[in-house]
Design a protein around this ligand. Structure first.
Ligand SMILES: Nc1ncnc2c1ncn2[C@@H]1O[C@H](COP(=O)(O)OP(=O)(O)O)[C@@H](O)[C@H]1O
Ligand SMILES: [Mg+2]
Length: 420
């Protein structure tokens, strides 16, 4: 099977690394890829946003299966275009990807089918939204409807803060049309986890639960980032609850979409929060794998991922069972100085090493420099490790981190609750 992975982050390197292991794969490509993916796949120089060019390339190169990493091409309809060309793809059509690209759509669906989610409402009118804030008071959460690269959510502690966010989103149009509609919802205090499943339109197959670390600094301080590390399993949400959650969250949502004539086929990710009483509520859906959650989840997967994704793309997920290692996994993201703000690219990376059993350095923002690699972008590398216990996995990952350096490198020292 000739397989194409779309994307260039740590998630896509981890996908390539895992797919490459399968005897079913005869050729593996990554568009555009990075300095790490070139070790396991052929990099193809087409940007993820050029979905037309990707489809033509896939036809010309007789690609049997394409796996999409990031949300941008999905919300642009890469799956629609590929399917028009008769190409099989893992990733939802854009009508289904609305679950991520429109928070109001997701909220409406969840409320409609009784999925546990914070109480809230959708507004397109600024005055009505402001009235709701004044009526409900603070704390309250203000969410811009569309894709805002993780910057469209304000957890407001005061009414003034909430109103300022409404002004910014709806009047000053900070995110353009993405903020014209907003979701207002109650603030929940709790701990977050990531629940990701495979869906072929009908059958839902869960991956192991994971948890990512969104803030830049230790102890959850500093600005939000794309994710600075991850663990799996997580004490926040035990794996025993997974089956129930699948039935309560994903089943109704996929069925509701189906009843509207929308087939969801691809990865589906629920960002959930677990409150002190153990009640699970869905904060958002993503229509793809998480990054860096993928870098721990795939370390734990024993089964052939190509077989599962091929079945998914044919609507035959029912025939697949996934098997997991009992070991735990942890990963630590190494980011450029200045991230999540402006960063300087082009720093040489030293100390990179090839995969070892239970320890892999996944590349994210790297570009080849001869045999070596230099930095390009905010999140540069993800060091992922397995261990008999979470503690051992964390220790192993940090041992890997110690071997690597580049100018300005920063990372969290408390992934998995440790202190390094
Ligand atoms: N209702 C809520 N209560 C408490 N915190 C929330 C709530 N909604 C969102 N958050 C916080 O804001 C973060 C971002 O919100 P999310 O809905 O995941 O949007 P996005 O990832 O698109 O920015 C969450 O990870 C969580 O920390
Ligand atoms: Mg989120």
């Amino acid at each position: 099977m000739r397989v194409l992975v779309v994307g260039s982050g740590g998630r896509e390197h981890a996908l390539c690394w895992k797919l490459k292991e399968s005897p079913l794969v005869t050729a593996l490509f990554c568009a555009p890829g990075n300095a790490g993916t070139r070790d396991v796949a052929f990099n193809v120089d087409i940007p993820v946003t050029n979905v037309g060019a990707l489809a033509l390339w896939a036809v010309e190169n007789q690609i049997d299966l394409t796996v999409v990493g990031p949300e941008d091409p999905l919300s642009r309809g890469i799956a629609n275009v590929f399917e028009e060309h008769g190409l099989r793809i893992v990733g939802p059509v854009k009508e289904a990807a609305l679950l991520e690209s429109s928070k109001s759509f997701a909220k409406e669906i969840m409320l409609k089918c009784g999925v546990s989610t914070p109480a809230g409402a959708v507004f397109t009118d600024h005055a009505a939204a402001k009235a709701y804030v004044l009526e409900h008071g603070a704390p309250i959460v203000v969410k811009a409807d569309g894709l805002c690269a993780g910057k469209g959510v304000v957890v407001a502690e005061t009414v003034d803060e909430a109103v300022a966010a409404l002004d910014e989103f709806m009047l000053q149009e900070r995110f353009g049309s993405s903020g014209a509609t907003v979701v207002l919802e109650e603030r929940i205090v709790g701990e977050e986890a990531s629940v990701i499943v495979l869906v072929d339109g009908e059958t839902i197959l869960p991956l192991v639960v994971s948890q990512d670390y969104k803030r830049l600094k230790d102890n959850g301080l500093g600005p939000n980032t794309g994710g600075m590390g991850a663990i799996s399993p997580t004490p926040v949400l035990g794996e025993k609850r997974l089956e129930t959650l699948v039935g309560e969250i994903f089943g109704p949502v996929v069925a509701e979409l189906r009843s509207r004539g929308i087939r969801y086929r691809g990865f589906l990710y629920a960002g959930v929060i677990v409150d002190r009483e153990g009640v699970v509520r869905v904060l958002e859906f993503n229509c793809r794998l998480g990054d860096p959650e993928t870098e721990v989840i795939l370390m734990r997967l024993k089964s052939d991922l190509v077989e599962a994704l091929d079945a998914l793309s044919r609507g035959r997920l029912k025939s697949i069972e996934l098997h997991w290692k009992t070991e735990a996994a942890a990963c630590v993201v190494l980011a450029s100085g200045g991230y999540p703000g402006e960063v300087d690219d082009g720093k040489m990376i030293s100390g990179l090493f090839p995969p070892e059993p239970g320890l892999v350095v996944f590349h994210a923002g790297t570009v080849p420099e001869g045999e070596l690699a230099k930095t390009k972008g905010g999140r540069v590398l993800t060091v992922s490790a397995l261990g008999d216990t979470l503690n051992q996995a964390v220790r192993r990952a940090y041992e890997g981190v110690q071997r690597i350096s580049f100018d300005g490198m920063q990372y969290r020292g408390d992934i998995g609750g440790g202190r390094w």
